[in-house]
Design a protein around this ligand. Structure first.
Ligand code: NOJ
Length: 741
């Protein structure tokens, strides 16, 4: 759908009328109460909570997951408070509730919006059984720094991919009707710019020029708003000197005035009071003022609003009309969720937790998220009939908790099937499966068991190593400066390599790791992220060719951490690096000293390209792209152009491929990226099958914010590539002719 056709989803008039009528009956205390969310993780209704609920001083609770406790809280709010306003019950349901899908970055590697939507639907249904009616997801911060632990929760580096999947998640959580049984409100977070924290340190500051903010970081949020997301969360981070939680430009100008968002904005955890720690305010009172003035409707887990907002209204610094607007934003969500009709939960009326459909969805998601990074000499798939034994080695072979990844407060480890168990059930009766864990955990530097691992590798036909990071090494506040495989894992790989047996690395991790030190030591790499409950069966099916890998990278893999930020949609610069104008430090002739080499944008001590490019991912099939064409060499503003290419499966297995369209706008009012993803399609091809892949591009799809912060499509020359990664070489061109805008 082109940008011009998208329409914000609006609340119905009937609901607006009900909100108005309710507001008219509310006291200032009751209004401010709606703007306060409290931590109820104690799991029951303690006296203080009950008292505050009865007095209408709480609008929302978070982190209570016992359905009986939630029902009791709702009962008190509805039956024992003056106005009977039900509660929003929030929880971080990030990639599943009890049944865990792959981490969001892994789901993004599926490039499959339908599957991502289904994962969110399953998560919503399970969460709803606990009385949860609001999730703090999707997290849609564009993430171009693998050091940042929260890249795991994100949908990757690309504006289009993250935007499409953000919409899919919102639709999955909320469904067409948020009042439907099992639907919950979504919360797009963290608005905005959090992914750009300096050096990938969580919570650090961000400095983002407005063109970049608008052309990159804000775009997935704009898409989520257009898709009707019911809430947004502010970011913890400072944006160009004004922390997001006190940033009127973000929360009023962009979100309300430009995008016409009609949901509500919640702060992040205690981030209103943190305005003082940032150095923006002197005390909590001023923090409450700045946040309310900026447009934060609800405070999460802090007491600045509760304590100071009333007085700020009474002394005239905060206009009561602004409070009314904030409260109306929150009440609309409660009406849209149908909470005034029924706030209590009957878990029996919902599908059971961890049912077959939930597990199948988790398995499909894991299957489609795994990216095959390399496969020398077609060592994969392993053929159970031709092998007599395999060695399974490594700290993540049989780690039911670790494979779930970050943010799995409610995940059920009993539902996890590990790769070791899945391989046993798939091929255990055909071949001898030996297992040595070799390391207690991924960070271990104890290598006493390496000899045992070498021995079973030597006695087997192939070694499969399950390596990576435990879940604790990624996620919030879990950033790393060194993103190599932790502990002694590289040494383990080296020792197994020495056996001369085929070595397959399966990597479970919450981020792109730098794999330069092992990539040449292994014959194949399957990158499985943290694959969730059903990671084991998915990986086993891929290893043994029951299915072909079809994931594609949603983030660029650097060779060295010093290359960060490295992403496919970089700007060209005035001196772009090419293969011909770079020098490696080892090739500098020290006998004839030179003062300059290369004179282009590269590092002397590594290549200028990444180790694995955005969009990369291999298959057991052999896909070829041919014959790219364009429906018209020249189009006018407002027109649509079709770019097509033939896709052929030259291999001998059926498999899925994600075809990708990239463009470059050659000349811009502000400089444009060297490539931008503009379309993608997941397609299944039988052996020998040839199909035409079409991508329609409306000129609105080529729009960007220029130097006057106006969104525009400029006439001029465009290049377009179709292929299986951001390194696609098959290119065509078209031009947009100048004309009436
Ligand atoms: C802080 C995190 O930044 C946010 O993403 C999360 O939703 C809240 N805590 C609530 O747990």
């Amino acid at each position: 759908m082109s940008a011009s056709q998208e329409k914000p989803k609006k609340t119905s008039e009937a609901i607006n009328e009900r909100v108005k009528a309710l507001l008219a009956r509310m006291t200032l205390t009751e209004k401010i109460g709606q703007m306060c969310q409290v931590d109820a993780s104690a799991g029951y209704a303690p006296d203080y909570l009950g008292e505050d609920l009865r007095a209408g001083r709480i609008g929302s609770v978070l982190n209570v997951v016992d359905v009986n406790a939630v029902n009791e809280l709702q009962r008190i709010a509805v039956e024992e408070s003056r106005l009977g306003i039900p509660l929003l019950v929030g929880r971080d349901v990030i990639h599943g509730f009890r049944t865990i899908m792959p981490i969001p970055l892994g789901q993004a590697a599926s490039w499959n919006p339908d599957l991502v939507a289904e994962g969110a639907r399953v998560a919503a249904l399970e969460a709803a059984t606990a009385g949860i009616n609001w999730t703090f997801a999707p997290m849609i911060d564009i993430s171009r720094d693998a050091r940042w632990g929260r890249i795991a929760e994100s949908l990757g580096e690309c504006v289009l991919l993250a935007s499409r999947l953000a919409v899919a998640m919102v639709e999955g959580f909320q469904s067409d009707d948020p009042a439907a049984r099992g639907a919950i409100a979504a919360c797009a977070k963290h608005f905005a710019g959090y992914g750009a924290v300096e050096s990938g340190r969580d919570y650090a500051t961000t400095n983002i020029p407005e063109t970049k903010l608008r052309n990159v970081y804000m775009r997935p949020f704009n898409a989520a708003v257009d898709a009707g997301v019911m809430s947004l969360m502010t970011s913890f981070s400072d944006l160009n000197g004004i922390p997001a939680t006190g940033n009127e430009f973000l929360l009023r100008q962009v979100l309300r005035d430009e995008w016409k968002f009609d949901g509500f904005v919640v702060s992040d955890w205690d981030s209103i009071r943190q305005l003082q720690i940032h150095g923006l305010t002197e005390n909590d009172r001023e923090s409450a003022f700045e946040a309310a003035a900026a447009g934060v409707d609800m405070e999460m887990a802090g007491d600045a609003y509760n304590t100071h907002l009333g007085e700020l209204v009474e002394c005239g610094r905060i206009d009561i009309n602004d409070v009314d607007v904030a409260v109306a934003n929150i009440l609309r969500a409660k009406f849209r969720l149908g909470l005034f009709e029924s706030a209590s939960t009957d878990p029996e009326a919902l599908p059971s937790i961890g049912n077959d459909h939930a597990l199948e969805t988790a398995q499909q998601a894991a299957l489609q998220s795994v990216v095959m990074l390399k496969n020398d000499n077609a060592v994969l798939p392993l053929c159970a009939e031709k092998l007599s034994s395999i060695a399974i080695i490594g700290p993540l072979s049989d780690a039911p908790y670790q494979q779930l990844g970050t943010w799995i407060f409610d995940g059920d480890t009993d539902l996890s099937i590990t790769p070791m168990h899945a391989i046993h059930s798939l091929v255990g009766h055909d071949l001898n499966v030996r297992y040595v864990r070799a390391m207690e955990h991924s960070r271990s530097k104890v290598n006493d068991a390496f000899d045992d691992a070498v021995e079973i590798a030597r006695d087997s036909d192939a070694a499969v190593l399950f390596l990576g990071e435990e879940s604790i090494l990624s996620g919030e506040a879990h950033s790393r400066a060194d993103i190599n495989l932790p502990g002694d894992q590289a040494e383990l790989v080296r020792r197994i390599r020495e056996t001369g047996k085929p070595v397959i690395a399966v990597i479970l991790a919450g981020r792109p790791l730098t794999l330069t030190n092992i990539v040449d030591q292994v014959d194949a790499i399957l990158y499985a992220w943290h694959p969730g409950s059903m990671g084991g069966p998915a990986i086993a099916d891929l290893l043994f060719g029951v299915e072909s890998p079809s994931g594609k990278l949603p983030a660029t893999f650097p060779r060295m951490v010093g290359q960060i930020p490295i992403y496919y949609s970089q700007k060209n610069s005035g001196k772009p690096a090419t293969r011909d104008n770079i020098v490696h430090i080892d090739d500098i002739d020290t006998r004839a000293p030179q003062t300059s080499f290369g004179m282009s944008a590269f590092h002397l001590d590594t290549h200028f390209t990444p180790l694995f490019a955005f969009g990369h991912g291999l298959s057991y099939a052999d896909f070829a792209y041919e014959n790219i064409r364009v429906s018209a060499d020249q189009i006018g503003l407002g027109d649509t152009v079709t770019i097509s290419a033939d896709l052929v499966n030259k291999g001998d297995v059926a498999a899925e491929e994600v075809a990708q369209l990239y463009i470059r706008d050659l000349v811009g009012n502000v400089t444009r990226p060297v490539r931008e993803l503009k379309g993608f399609k997941r397609l299944r091809l039988e052996p020998g099958q040839k199909i035409t892949v079409d991508f329609q591009l409306h000129t609105d799809d080529l729009a960007f914010y220029g130097r006057n912060m106006q969104r525009m499509t400029e006439p001029g020359e465009f290049h377009a590539w179709v292929g299986g990664s951001s390194e696609a070489q098959l290119r065509t061109e078209f031009r947009i002719a100048a004309g009436d805008q």
